[in-house]
Design a protein. Structure first.
Length: 290
């Protein structure tokens, strides 16, 4: 399990393991059932999967490729061998799923989602290989604009452009548009020599919210670039729970200690690991889901 991908469907993890020998991904069958059925009970999902396999067999529906060679982590923290399906088998499973309940899932699974989130996520995955950010611009507003333009270019007409309207969310008003250029200059000049300074800068950029949409997804990549440059670290976002993260960010304008502690526990030196980056994008988009 040297390569593990995690995507989210309606707040459910769908994990996959890379098969180097056969050059393909294997997807956790139990995760797929949990996602389609919106079932958070691991045992109930496992029982349904066993019943489903038997039902398909009785109807002579062939899930051609089922592997038992990979281990997935169980709720007790132990890794156990479990059924995994390749891409074709997942599509067969979804096609004959009882009640047609997997229709939306398969659209999501095959990236048929043409929404802004769906399209920008694919662009975000590709950012790992983009090499568009000059090292000297990391930590500056300019680099954040470049990230935003890369991810949302062609999707938002304001991609990469600093907003000229004042916006709010959940009753909180972000930096007033009239003073935003001045605010961003101040953030550019904030120190970033140690961990606390870097997170302080991240908090301030989040409060500035320089774009009309897409701030969180862009700024988390921006933060990782700063951590990589200054500390040789990045955040393993898979260790940062959605609720904990959002709660910590909501109060960060008053108290940054919680987000600092939360992210510090998740730091890793795997800064050049494609898998780490991909998981980070998956979790980052997960945080934005309603």
């Amino acid at each position: 399990m040297t390569k593990l991908s995690v995507r989210f469907y309606n707040n459910h993890e769908v994990r996959a393991v890379w098969d180097e020998k056969n050059t393909k991904w294997w997807f956790s069958a139990n995760d797929i059932v949990s996602a389609v059925n919106n079932e958070f009970d691991y045992k109930k999902a496992a029982n349904y999967w066993r019943w489903l396999k038997k039902r398909y067999d009785e109807k002579n529906i062939q899930l051609v490729s089922i592997s038992h060679d990979f281990k997935f982590e169980s709720p007790d923290g132990k890794k156990r061998a479990a059924d995994a399906l390749d891409y074709d088998a997942v599509q067969t499973l979804a096609k004959y799923y009882p009640g047609g309940r997997a229709a939306d899932f398969i659209d999501w699974f095959t990236y048929s989602d043409n929404s802004i989130d769906g399209q920008s996520r694919k662009k975000a995955y590709a950012f790992f290989d983009s090499n568009i950010i000059d090292d000297r611009d990391i930590g500056k507003t300019k680099s954040l604009q470049q990230i935003h333009a890369y991810i949302f270019g062609g999707l938002y007409d304001f991609a990469g452009r600093i907003r000229d309207k004042t916006i709010s969310k959940g009753g909180f008003t972000f930096a007033v548009a009239m003073y935003l250029p001045e605010t961003l200059k101040r953030i550019d000049n904030m120190p970033e020599e140690d961990y606390d300074e870097i997170i302080d800068k991240y908090i301030e950029m989040n409060l500035a919210h320089p774009f009309m949409e897409g701030n969180g997804r862009s700024t988390r990549i921006w933060l990782d670039l700063i951590l990589k440059k200054r500390l040789g670290r990045c955040v393993d976002w898979s260790k940062v729970g959605k609720t904990e993260y959002l709660d910590a960010m909501i109060i960060s304008h008053k108290d940054g200690s919680k987000i600092k502690a939360l992210l510090k526990e998740a730091l890793t030196d795997r800064i050049n690991d494609r898998e780490m980056f991909m998981k980070g994008i998956d979790y980052s988009y997960h945080y934005e889901e309603e």
